[in-house]
Design a protein around this ligand. Sequence first.
Ligand SMILES: *Cc1c(COP(=O)(O)O)cnc(C)c1O
Length: 399
Amino acid sequence: MSFKPADFIQDIQNFGEFGGVNPSISDSATYTFLAAKTMQDTFEGHTEGCYLYSRHASPSTLYLGDALAKMEGTESALVAGSGMGAITSVILQLCKANDHIVSSRTIYGGTYAFMKNFLPRLDINTSFVDITSLEKVEAAINSKTKMIYCETISNPLLEVANLPALSKLAEKYNIPLVVDNTFSPLMVSSSHLGATITIHSLTKFINGTNDTIGGVVCGKKEFIDSLRNVNDGAAMLLGPVMDSLRAAQILKNMRSLALRMRKHSDNALYLAEQFQKDGLSVVYPGLENHKGHELLKSMLNESYGFGGLLTLELESLEKANELMELMQNRNIGYLAVSLGFYKTLFSASGASTSSEIPEEEQKEMGLSKGLIRFSIGLDDDIVRTYKSMKACMQEAGIL
Ligand SMILES: *Cc1c(COP(=O)(O)O)cnc(C)c1O
């Protein structure tokens, strides 16, 4: 595939207000107008490049949004204070009472809880389907359906969504395909593969330092502008804004994203291959035995690998907990949720980030209690890490 998203990040050229190599950070909540008429025009949405109030946009959030739009290859982007802020704004902008959503059943726990428990209060209902079955997705679409929603690589089962095929389906029914691409920045350019709207939690790989929460919506200019419309824009009116200082920081961290993604992927592939040789029950989309391996390969941009996430299935939650505590004590990583950090993070998904999903449904989708999700770190010497992990597994009686 010829799309090279890292080039677009490399090619960003910003001259700061004082000629700085980084754009100046805007430290203001409100902005002055030299003429009263311009203020009125801005409220009516007529003046490009005029700042009004930082819930609407600030120079710093626009710089970051611009970089993310370039990375995704979309016309525009809107930065939000969290991934959930981005997701909920998109859904509430597209759906009203009596509408319907077709969503993958293996999605981030918070998104699942929003669709399952919160949206019905507004009379918006969701059918959760096996996203790898196009027949099931199509069968769930009805005349009230306002979107197909999925994650490129799903959390935590690492199922791969067939974005080109889903996009054709969405087109057939004239509805948008909304894709959460948090697990695969740079690796997969979802908008190039047919996503109408691409969402990221910036909290994860894109920022990569686990010191802030953030989100983004990438899409057509018309839709992004509608999100921040002063009269009926979900982002403008619900207010999930990101602070300018944080936006400036995330923009700087994005510059090393390509290097980091490659290292996360290389390390994860190495560990997955070793675990497989050891006879462990490992799931990693870079392994040939993974159900979505060929599909993901066909969607990947070159050279970023298959991502930093892998899962191990142990016989029980107790065994998983024992191993995770041991690995933390040996300083292999942290027993923590989230992903995309320089250190490896691990958690038992069923009892943590997917605990919003009822036990029965967890079972049905193949999420076992002993499943550990690993976000593999940037360890310079992954062989050393593997040896320490193996020692822990031997001590816990897993190997
Ligand atoms: C973390 C995450 C979210 C939510 O993002 P926040 O920044 O925590 O609000 C959404 N989707 C996926 C896939 C995630 O991993």
